[in-house]
Design a protein around this ligand. Structure first.
Ligand code: EPZ
Length: 422
């Protein structure tokens, strides 16, 4: 089990290049199943989840050519329409092969994702949407068996109107990919507006899909017979960007993000300015200066463009040493406060009541040994380690490697005292 050892107290100064977005790369890799053509992807992040997704696609018969920062997929020889439990259990995003497989091959067997640390995270909306498009779906022995009935015209899914009871990012992505090859028009209502959904739509349109409204809560997809290969550059990771900015706001310093996008981080940038940081954006750079103790800021998570749930834990870390008290309300996941008890071990003063945490800022955290529980919680603990006095050891950092490319190298380059221990 790998750990990170962090000596707290250093300010962060310098430049850091933001990697391609994990949550855009994962659905876009699955789009490779929709065509026999070649899908060439640039700005690919070097992440554990990306490697897992690549292995999942290759075991289905997709060919994958990896170069540094790039990936070329070809779905010409897909011969296995299954996502096995041992691969799905480590990465929920594997559910994103379901829509493409049913749309192009008329059937799929995908393991139900196990629950995960941050909540039960069902996939009922994915299943309901495919059923609305004509797929017959039964759940057996922990697997989703989906089939387009023989009677359906050319065994294709049928376009229809789908209303999401809840905003679901991968639900929207799965059904948008399925609709791209369906017979007729599909309208997704109450669709997710996340930038990663828009990036997937741009890639699908480059492959010949007819999609309007991506980025709004109503997306209209006119199905086509076939999709062809394309080239696409993965968008920058807005959560990695936000994580580095919060780290600098908490530790103090002057950092510049390059290959970043400010337009998809407005809510986070506003909160950082409220905390007292000075933010300057120009082209694809974001600069943050912080030379005083941050002020505590309230956050309430909600679907895009509101405050992202994937930034909640990071802001809580900053609030533990901020001036004043703040409320953090988590409305998306039912169990996304696992980082609280770990922060308390560093001396943080946090009270939790249901989905609301009240954090009373203290002047100093004390380093200790703590344990990462999920991806964004582990980033929160790293930020806390950067500001705690003395040494903090963060255990189980495989969570971190799922979603942050070479984070300790990037933080060390900014002046943090951080090293990986076997
Ligand atoms: C995506 O997860 C992201 N993952 C998550 O990022 C992110 O936290 C989440 O969206 C919310 O923004 C990827 O894009 C790979 P949802 P997803 O479907 O799609 C409920 C990270 O740290 N729901 O938008 O799985 C669900 O339980 C990860 O990078 C249903 O009830 O999330 C949750 O409460 C963590 N039924 C809410 O909706 C469904 O069929 C939002 O979930 C689907 C979802």
């Amino acid at each position: 089990m790998q750990k990170l050892a962090i000596q707290g107290g250093n300010r962060l100064n310098g430049e850091v290049r933001i990697s391609g977005a994990k949550n855009a790369a994962l659905p876009i890799m699955c789009a490779g199943l929709l065509t026999a053509g070649e899908l060439h992807l640039d700005n690919m992040p070097d992440l554990h989840d990306v490697a897992t997704m690549r292995k999942l696609l290759v075991q289905m018969g997709v060919t994958a050519a990896v170069e540094s920062g790039a990936l070329t997929l070809c779905g010409a020889k897909v011969d296995k329409l299954e996502a096995p439990y041992d691969m799905v259990k480590t990465m929920r995003a594997a559910i994103l092969v379901l829509g493409p497989l049913v749309a192009r091959f008329g059937e799929a067997r995908v393991s139900l994702p196990g629950g995960c640390a941050i909540g039960s995270r069902p996939v009922d909306l994915h299943i309901k949407g495919l059923q609305a498009m004509g797929a017959e779906i039964r759940i057996e022995h922990g697997y989703i068996h989906a089939q387009v009935p023989q009677g359906m015209r050319a065994k294709r899914l049928q376009g229809t109107r789908i209303f999401f009871d809840l905003v679901s990012v991968t639900g929207t992505e799965n059904l948008m990919m399925a609709a791209a090859l369906a017979d007729g028009v599909t309208v997704l209502e109450n669709a997710a507006r996340e930038p990663e959904v828009v990036d997937l739509a741009h890639c699908l349109i480059a492959m010949g899909a007819k999609i309007e409204g991506a980025g709004s809560d109503t997306i209209s997809i006119t199905g086509v017979e076939k999709l062809h290969g394309a080239s696409h550059r993965i968008m920058p990771d807005r959560i990695e960007s936000g994580t580095f900015l919060v780290a600098a706001a908490a530790a103090g310093g002057d950092i510049t993000l390059s290959d970043a996008r400010a337009d998809i981080l407005e809510n986070v940038l506003e909160k950082l300015q409220e905390a007292g940081a000075t933010i300057k954006t120009a082209g694809n750079t974001i600069n943050l200066k912080m030379n005083k103790r941050p002020k505590a800021v309230n956050v309430r998570t909600s679907p895009y463009p509101a405050f992202p749930t994937d930034m909640q834990a990071q802001f809580m870390a900053m609030n533990t040493i901020a001036e004043g008290s703040a409320m953090v309300v988590e409305t998306i996941f039912e169990n996304r406060f696992m980082h609280v008890q770990e922060l308390r071990r560093l001396g943080a003063q946090i009270d939790v009541e249901g989905n609301t945490a009240v954090i009373k800022g203290c002047t100093q955290l004390e380093g200790a040994t703590i344990m990462a529980t999920d991806l964004r919680a582990s980033a929160c603990l790293v930020i806390a380690g950067l500001v705690a006095q003395g040494e903090t050891i963060v255990d189980r950092i495989y969570h971190l490697d799922r979603g942050y490319e070479h984070i300790e190298a990037k933080l060390s380059a900014l002046g943090a005292q951080i090293r990986r221990m076997k």
